[in-house]
Design a protein around this ligand. Structure first.
Ligand code: CP
Length: 301
């Protein structure tokens, strides 16, 4: 059993993980010293890597250290052989972040270790999506009819793809905002609105990081031009709906997607999202481990 994209989960599965995460706020799970986890990050990360490790430790799992720069991948070992090696030495769960989209397709049916996708190129980011869903659910108690605008670098964002798909299935009205050059041809059915309209209509304004590493920033605009035309400025924030919230998966380019002063303003849930990342990832690990146990049980019987 793996956790690779939101497409593989039913709406009931999504709610099961969200409720499991909420329950973990108040209840300590039993320690699982019999279980081993490893986090294979081939792209940089602070939040996803550290909060998966925190989640694993809070669940009482053993966590193996792995640094991509010093691993045998640098000697030419394939990702498949790396995962098979970790499986052979007794690892139960591997969280993987890799720049190649759908890297997991070459692994998922060939390994018994459970895989959790920590982000695949511009493809999917299921744990960010689940923690974003939890943050919205805690705030509004439902997704149906909520106006969610995802704003910025849509084309290069795995967060945009995962969240759009999940939020639509849960009944939210999703719109995009941002530069036309960064629209995604695969998501042409989502309406595009200007930022001035988005601030007035949205219950949730989800800003995206400009993905400098995936394209040449500054091709079309300077950081200040981007901020003034497409970003959440101090003036625009004043026009936001009562009770609406600001989200951002972070890391944040302060003064580009969002004014520096707004990162920690009253409407901002940016650090709440990070806090929710730990219980969400604990719930995802528990979900995968429970399905793994079920499969083992079925094979024995
Ligand atoms: N939001 C997110 O994925 O952050 P990191 O790249 O720091 O993990």
């Amino acid at each position: 059993m793996h956790f690779l994209t939101l497409d593989e989960l039913t709406v009931d599965d999504i709610y099961e993980v969200l409720h499991q995460a909420e329950a973990l706020t108040n209840h300590k799970p039993l320690p699982r010293p019999d279980l081993y986890a490893v986090n294979l990050f081939f792209e940089n990360s602070t939040r996803t890597k550290c909060s998966f490790e925190m989640a694993q430790r809070k669940l009482g799992m053993n966590v193996l250290s792995f640094e991509a720069g010093t691993a045998s991948i640098s000697k030419g070992e394939s990702l498949y052989d790396t995962v098979k090696t970790l499986e052979a030495i007794g690892v139960d769960v591997a969280v993987i972040r890799h720049s190649e989209e759908r890297y997991f397709d070459a692994l998922k049916d060939k390994v018994s270790i459970s895989l959790i996708n920590g982000g695949d190129g511009m493809g999917h980011h299921p744990s960010q999506c689940m923690l974003d869903l939890l943050t919205i659910y805690q705030e509004f108690g439902d997704f149906k009819g909520l106006n969610v605008t995802i704003a910025g670098d849509i084309r290069h964002s795995r967060v945009a793809r995962s969240n759009t798909y999940a939020l639509k299935r849960l009944g939210a009205n999703v719109s995009f905002s941002g530069p036309a050059a960064w629209r995604d041809p695969d998501l042409e059915d989502i309406s595009f609105i200007e930022m001035d309209q988005a601030v007035k209509e949205s219950d949730v304004l989800m800003l995206l990081r400009v993905q400098h590493e995936r394209h040449a920033f500054g091709e079309n605009f300077t950081k200040l031009e981007y901020h003034n035309q497409y970003g959440l400025t101090l003036e625009r924030e004043k026009k936001m709906k009562k009770n609406s919230i600001i989200m951002h998966p972070a890391p944040v380019n302060r003064g580009v997607e969002i004014a520096d002063e707004l990162v920690e303003c009253e409407r901002s849930r940016i650090f709440k999202q990070m806090k929710n990342g730990v219980i969400t990832r604990m719930a995802m690990l528990q979900y995968v481990l429970a399905k793994r146990e079920e499969t083992k049980h079925e094979l024995i019987n």
